[in-house]
Design a protein around this ligand. Structure first.
Ligand code: UDP
Length: 292
């Protein structure tokens, strides 16, 4: 933000389009996948423009170190980390002030939505790994973390969807790209609770007039609804595929027991229904349908 813009660089052209062809109110492409890691209790992989983000959740589990325990509620602890290979200039590995700040604000945002009082003395650990960064990683990380929390079955009062607005060439725009973030005038990340539109994160780097703040809130609130729809769809896909693989397993078990059946035939009573196996099949199908 606030970097010196190269001479002749135009962030918004005469048609009102941005460098990547987007309109001011348009999000970058966003893809969300839930439940991608086997070892974590919940997880999410997200691609948002040039950002690639993995989030993993462990817990609720006993909080360590013990002096960190809160007897009234669980601690929601977020660790945001940017991989050394995530940006063009290798990022020095390990925590720095920026990652500590993002971890703190993300913990505070999620602490507002997790029903932490259900798990006294526990910790809910959220890991956000930025694999590739192209501006807006704190919003992408928080959006992914919330899907991972839901995937872990953590009770929440709502999902959090996060997106930034900003000012480039004097125009308030949604979801800044890297050049816009580097050479724009203002960056304004916000996180909303879906349904209530309560704001659980709001930061501002640069200046906005009161009217520009209103416009930024309008753009981000509308985009948060779109993001929430994608979060929900990702979780639904995960549960549909779980139900599908459960049904496939059941079908495979049925097939296995059906193929074992002929061996038992010689002992069968002579007046037994000859097509008992076949008759049983449609019933099993109905059960699979019900599962689905
Ligand atoms: N960035 C970088 N190296 C760093 C930190 C950030 O190249 O050590 C880039 C990265 O693309 C990041 C962008 O600068 O997404 C903007 O960073 P900012 O601190 O504004 O946070 P973000 O917009 O990612 O939430």
């Amino acid at each position: 933000m606030g970097g010196k813009k190269p001479e002749g660089m135009v962030l918004i052209n005469d048609q009102g389009l941005r460098l990547d062809g987007r309109r001011p109110d348009q999000l970058r492409n966003l893809k969300i996948e839930a439940g991608v890691l086997k070892q974590a209790d919940g997880s999410c992989y997200l691609e948002w423009g040039g950002n690639k983000v993995m989030a993993a959740v462990y817990g609720p589990r006993e909080c360590h170190p013990r002096h960190d325990q809160d007897p009234t509620k669980a601690r929601v602890r977020v660790r945001y980390n940017m991989a050394a290979f995530s940006v063009s200039d290798r990022k020095r590995p390990g925590p720095d002030r920026r990652s500590q700040e993002i971890s703190k604000i993300s913990s505070e945002a999620l602490d507002h939505i997790v029903l932490a009082s259900l798990y006294p003395r526990n910790a809910i650990d959220v890991f956000i790994e930025i694999l590739e960064a192209e501006a807006g990683t704190r919003c992408a990380g928080l959006t992914a973390a919330c899907v991972a929390l839901a995937d872990a079955g953590i009770p929440m009062k709502g999902m959090v969807a996060s997106v930034a607005a900003g000012k480039i060439d004097g125009v308030v725009c949604l979801d800044l790209s890297r050049e816009e973030d580097n050479f724009g005038e203002t960056d304004f990340p916000v996180a909303y609770v879906a349904g209530t539109n309560e704001i659980v994160l709001l930061q501002q780097d640069g200046h906005f007039s009161p009217e520009e703040i209103d416009r930024a809130l309008e753009l981000t609130a509308k985009a948060a609804q779109e993001i929430y729809a994608l979060q929900k769809a990702a979780l639904l896909r995960k549960y549909e595929s779980m139900a599908q693989s459960g049904a496939d397993e059941e079908r495979a078990e049925d097939a296995e027991s059906a193929s074992a059946q002929p061996e038992a035939e010689p002992d069968a009573a002579p007046d037994e229904e000859p097509h008992a196996d076949v008759a049983a099949e449609p019933e099993a199908e109905t059960t699979h349908e019900e599962v689905r």
